[in-house]
Design a binder for this molecule. Structure first.
Ligand code: HEC
Length: 143
């Protein structure tokens, strides 16, 4: 039996739809695995609870990492290279983190004027502060 011209067109269209779906699924799988593998690299070598890591990744890391365009920010605190710091520098960094949060200096007010949703919640601020203080103490005590 001969296929009518519009049937052939329909079949071609279905084939294209299938190809599109395969591409879409492939793309989704790729992007999900990219996100999954991207995360651990961010605060490499820095051991921290998941909830703390999530706050730092979302609210601090953007400015405080090696690739940051904000030179002053990464000079003062760089989470990408944090692990390479001497013990004393780590202690001082943890204390600075707690201090900046306590004084509500971070994230910077100027930045928050443009991105108010990037602020830390009170709960996140407290959690980060307590974590940083605890880490500093643990290092000083040598455990
Ligand atoms: C929009 C960019 C930006 C974000 C987001 C940001 N910071 Fe900063 N941070 C800076 C800059 C810029 C400096 C340099 C000091 C300054 O100019 O105020 C800095 C300095 C610091 C310092 C060093 C202060 C000192 O006196 O040595 C600490 C600690 C710090 N930030 C912690 C944080 C924490 C914790 C977060 C997340 C809650 C955060 N920052 C989010 C830009 C940022």
């Amino acid at each position: 039996m001969l296929l009518r011209h519009d049937n052939i067109q329909k079949i071609m269209l279905m084939k294209r739809k299938n190809e599109f779906l395969v591409l879409l699924v492939g793309f989704l799988v790729l992007s999900i695995s990219a996100v999954a593998t991207d995360n651990p690299a961010k605060t490499k070598g820095l051991e921290m609870p998941e909830n703390i890591k999530a706050i730092i990744d979302n609210k601090c890391f953007g400015c405080h990492n090696t690739d940051s365009k904000n030179d002053k920010a990464k000079e003062d605190l760089n989470f990408s290279t944090f692990d390479e710091l001497s013990m004393m520098k780590k202690v001082s960094s943890y204390n600075k983190i707690a201090e900046e949060l306590e004084e509500r200096k971070m994230p910077p007010a100027k930045f928050l004027e443009h991105f108010p949703d990037k602020n830390v919640t009170d709960e996140e601020r407290t959690a980060l502060m307590e974590w940083a203080k605890k880490e500093a103490e643990a290092l000083v005590k040598g455990n």
